[in-house]
Structures are given as C-alpha cells and as structure tokens.
Ligand binder design. Structure first.
Ligand SMILES: Nc1nc2c(c(=O)[nH]1)N=C([C@H](O)[C@H](O)COP(=O)(O)OP(=O)(O)OP(=O)(O)O)CN2
Length: 278
C-alpha cells in the first residue's frame, strides 16, 4: 500500500554553491510512504506523517545555510557552539561565523534537491511507525511562470530563525506599470538580484576593496558574514519583505515618476508584500 502527501511543506534556506556562491532557495517537499496497514486501516495517520516530517525539516534545514561537507571548496571548524567556515567559489570567497544551529552540514559534494534526499530520508525513517517500510521524498521548486530571484538575508531583530544571517528564498517578483504587468521590469530586478545577498547598511562591520563583512548579535548568538561586494545589494532598512517591496517601488518611482506602479514581492512560496500607488 502507498500513501502520498504532495507539497507537505516548504523549506526556505540558503546553500553554498561552487559556481554561484551563496544561493537563497525555497523547496517544496512531496512525500510518499510504503507499508502495511495497521488495525485502524492506515499506513500512518496523515497528521503524524506531516508532523514528523515538517518538524524535522523545520529543525534541521529550514532557515539554515546548507553546506556540502564533501566539497573541496569548503573548510570549517566548530568550537564552543560556533561554526566558522570558508567557501571558495567562482564568484569569490565567502566566510561565515555563526551558531551551529544556523548551519546544516550535509555529507554531499553539492547541494541539489536530489543529493539532499538521502540525508533527510535516513533521519526521518527512524521517526515512522514500524509498519512503514519505504519512504520516498522529493524536493521540487515552484513552477514560476514569470521572473524570480534568489536572495539571502538575515533579520537581526526577528525573534525566530529569520535572525540567522544567511537564510534565503526563491522569490517571484510581480511589477505593474500603469495597470499592465511589466515582464521587462520584472526581468530587470530578477537579473539584478540573481543569487544576491541583500544587506542592511548598518550591519557593515568592515570593508575591503573586494568584500563586505556584515555582523550582529541576535538572541541565538553572534553572526558574522563576509561576502564578495559584487554579490551584495545594500539597503537602509531591515530586509523584511515589506521593506523590499517598498524599496523596489521607490527605485522604480524615481525612474517612472508619472506612472502608476504596483510591486508584489514574494518571500519564498505563497507569501509576500505589495507596495503601490494609492
Ligand atoms: N511580516 C513579515 N513577517 C516575516 C518576515 C517578513 O519579511 N515580514 N520575514 C520572515 C523571515 O524572513 C522568514 O524567512 C520567513 O519564513 P517563513 O517560512 O514564513 O517563517 P515561518 O517559519 O514563520 O513560517 P513557516 O511557514 O512555518 O515555515 C518571518 N516573518
């Protein structure tokens, strides 16, 4: 017998990539179970499947920086609950020091939906009732018909896991110009923010010709991140999706002062903020 749950949950996180550097990402998780029926006629109650699986992903992948520990691009050490890592990518060197809970150390050479499946499946199978004999996990991405960007950020004032300095999203961007959807403007922002780190200017701690060092202390601990300047976009506010939508709207308004504008910025899957003319 086989049970399935499509789009059981979504995970928002960032990962380190040898070519792209740091990539904000959102995966949707589809889940299948094979096994025999128990005395209630079920393989496993849907609510238990969802709870076990969602809790595990929320705890160990969601809002973390996923790091492929078998990649030669990585060096890292753990000390006193902190992790210090260096990632040598084609777009420059990335360094981070953060509480261990902000990082997912995954024993693969490259982070892909396929490569992470075994890592999750091996952990989650132990949580399932004994009549479950098989688990099939699939990570997919949202089928976005228009433009989108991948961004990473951290919200130092957030009480939950969004305070982590390197978590991110795959985010649709919608822009309307005088009531008409504008694929051209959407595409411009998607190109500009492809694999970007969106940072709050006040979090800059140091700067070289090549890189910014951002840092802050939040309830989970001390966070420091060094990113190639070419992959950073600085704003004057916290990088909430409300402020991101407002920022895009304000920049566009400077260039299209007489136009009626609407900006719909997503934060991952199915949620976001709208900034528009009244
Ligand atoms: N009004 C806002 N609320 C939150 C914002 C924001 O910009 N505006 N941002 C965040 C974080 O950046 C976070 O990454 C959002 O992720 P989300 O998956 O929504 O977080 P949750 O864990 O709370 O939601 P789940 O659906 O349970 O995963 C948070 N809030």
């Amino acid at each position: 017998m086989y049970l399935f749950v499509d789009q059981l949950t979504n995970v928002d996180f960032s990962f380190l990539d040898a070519d792209r550097g740091m990539v904000g990402e959102t995966w949707l998780a589809n889940f299948g179970l094979g096994g025999s029926l128990d005395h209630t006629g079920m393989i496993c109650d849907f609510s238990a499947v969802k709870r076990h699986f969602r809790e595990w992903l929320d705890e160990y992948l969601d809002h973390r920086l996923a790091v492929p520990t078998l990649s030669p691009a990585l060096s890292y050490r753990q000390q006193g609950g902190q992790i210090h890592l260096t990632w040598k990518s084609a777009v420059g060197v990335i360094e981070m020091s953060a509480p261990e809970q902000a990082v997912a150390l995954i024993p693969v050479s490259e982070i892909t939906p396929q490569s992470c499946v075994n890592w999750v499946t091996n952990a989650v199978i132990a949580l399932m009732p004994e009549q479950v004999s098989q688990i099939d996990l699939e990570f997919t991405t949202e089928a976005i018909p228009g433009s989108y960007y991948h961004y990473t950020h951290g919200l130092k004032k957030h009480h939950g896991n969004c305070q982590r300095i390197a978590h991110g999203h795959r985010s649709t961007i919608g822009i309307w110009h005088n009531g008409e959807k504008s694929p051209q403007l959407e595409q411009q922002w998607a190109q500009q923010w492809q694999d970007v780190y969106i940072a709050t200017r006040e979090d800059i701690q140091a700067e070289t010709e090549q890189a910014y060092q951002f840092g802050y202390t939040a309830p989970q601990g001390d966070f420091v991140l060094t990113m190639p300047k070419a992959k950073c976009y600085l704003v004057d506010t916290e990088t909430t999706v409300e402020n991101i939508a407002t920022h895009i709207y304000s920049v566009l308004k400077q260039r299209h002062a007489d136009a009626n504008l609407k900006v719909k910025a997503y934060e991952g899957f199915g949620k976001g903020a709208i900034a528009q003319d009244r």
